[in-house]
Design a protein around this ligand. Sequence first.
Ligand code: 13P
Length: 252
Amino acid sequence: MVIVSMKELLIDAEKNGSAVGAFSVGNMEMVMGVINAAEETETPVILQIAEKRLMNSPLELMAPMMVNAAKEAKVKIAVHLDHGLTLDCIKKALSYGFTSVMLDCSLKPLPENIALTKEVVALAEKYSATVEAELGVVGGNEGDTEEHIITCTDPKVAKHFCKETGIDALAVAIGNAHGNYPVLPELRFDVLEEIYNQTDIPLVLHGGTGITDEMFRKAISLGIRKINIATASFDALTRFSQEYLNSSACAD
Ligand code: 13P
C-alpha cells in the first residue's frame, strides 16, 4: 500500500458516511501499535504527532519512522503533523514526506489565523499535502501545553474562514477537550449542525478520548470525518509498561 494524503482518506470517509481515526504517537512502539491495529482491522488510519511532543520525540527520528511505517503498511495510511505551532516545523514535516499538516492558530486573532493558514495552504500545495486548521478553542491541553477554556466555533466565521483560506479540513470546538474529561462532556451538536450547514469541507473532532460511541455516531452524522485520539493511547502505554514492570517477567 502506498502512503496517501489525508484528503484521500477524508473523501473516502465522506462517501462511506464514516470518520477516520487519527492516532497520536510518541515512539516506535506506538507507531507499530497503530499500524498493527490498522492492518488487523483492515482500516485506513491517520498516524500523527503534535509539535509539542517533538521536544521528547524529535521530528528527525519520528518522521522517517512514521513515513516508512506508512509506506510499508498493508492498508492506506496518512501521516499528519498535529497542532503545528511554527511554519518552520510545517516546512520540515512536509520535507520529510508528511502527507498532511495542521497549523494551530486558533488562539490568534482571526485575521492572523487566516493569513498564516493561507501561507500553510500555499506551502502544502507544492507537496500535494492536505491542510487542517482550527477555529474556536478546544479545551484542555495537548502534550504539555497550558489548559484552554472552551470557546465554540462560530459557524458563520467558519464559512468565511474556509472560503478565505482554502483549507481541506476544519477542526471544530463544540465542547470537546484534550485529555481525560472529568465528567462526560456535553457536545454542542446544535453548533456542529450549523457548522456542517455553513461549510462544505470535512470536519475534525479533537479530544476523542472519553467520548462515547453514541456521541461519535452523532458527530459523524453531522460531518465529522476525522477523530483525534491521543490520551487513551498514551494512558494505555503507561498502564501496560507499569504492569510489565510490576510483573514477574521483570523480576530478574
Ligand atoms: P485526546 O488526548 O483527548 O484523545 O485528544 C487528542 C487530540 O485531539 C489530538 O489533537
